[in-house]
Design a protein around this ligand. Structure first.
Ligand code: UDP
Length: 234
């Protein structure tokens, strides 16, 4: 059983059954899944994406600077983080939203010692605004934050249960890998499930990453317990 883990949830996943916005029912269900983990004594950090609203690289151009586009993306993650925090708390899951962009009126600032304190007190810490710098995605921000907070595992939530040798959305005979080395995941151009920059950073610091279907009951707990679920990259 891991003591402290980081879960990366993309904006697309928070949108659930909707094309945009936030699926509040799904977030409430997710609270229940995470409660199983915190009740078992594991501390949980969550990095939320913002792809259900804005992805910097996609909207840059046509008069919008890349840095501004990334700021917009970070604000999108903030919207998701605020929603998730309230929903988790309303489900009796003690949670704090810490922001890496200056937003004192809406969230506590991300301060290393504060994050440690919340985690040690059993609260889920939800990171808003990634790590607050442009030109990176929340995948890379997730690995960076996991390192900063001594997480033993990065858990990346995906629609499909792991990494496949081809796109499972396009090919019915796509095969899932149980495990991969970082080198294999980085070198294979077919593997797009996680940013190469994020994988490179995880490799440099030997931070094991599991790619799995978070939206299946007991999967988050199973991964934290070390069960063979999804694809392990180490
Ligand atoms: N972003 C950023 N710095 C960070 C984290 C996020 O600039 O530390 C911006 C970036 O533009 C990114 C957007 O926020 O595209 C939303 O995050 P992401 O695309 O990773 O969301 P996801 O696809 O996981 O929902």
């Amino acid at each position: 059983m891991y003591k402290r883990v980081l879960l990366k949830v993309s904006g697309e996943q928070l949108a659930g059954k909707y094309e945009h916005g936030i699926d509040t029912e799904l977030c409430a269900w997710l609270a229940g899944e995470i409660k199983k983990v915190t009740s078992a004594g594991t501390q949980v950090v969550i990095m939320v994406g913002g792809g259900n609203m804005v992805r910097g690289a996609q909207i840059a151009g046509h008069g919008i600077h890349r840095v501004t586009a990334d700021h917009m993306g970070m604000l999108a993650t903030m919207i998701n983080a605020l929603a998730l925090t309230d929903i988790f708390e309303s489900e009796d899951l003690s949670t704090r939203c810490l922001s890496s962009i200056f937003a004192e009126q809406v969230a506590e600032p991300f301060v290393y010692r504060l994050a440690q304190k919340h985690l040690e007190n059993g609260r889920v810490v939800i990171a808003a605004g990634g790590i607050g710098r442009p030109y990176i995605t929340t995948d890379t921000a997730a690995v960076s934050l996991a390192l900063e907070l001594d997480c033993e595992l990065v858990m990346k939530a995906t629609k499909y249960n792991g990494v496949y040798d081809s796109d499972p959305a396009k090919s019915t005979d796509a095969k899932q890998y149980d495990s991969l080395t970082f080198q294999q995941a980085i070198e294979n151009p077919e593997i797009k499930v996680m940013d190469k920059a994020a994988l490179g950073m995880a490799m440099d610091y030997k931070l094991t990453t599991v790619i799995f279907d978070t939206m299946k009951a007991d999967n988050i707990l199973g991964v934290v317990q070390g069960k063979s679920i999804g694809t392990k990259i180490s």
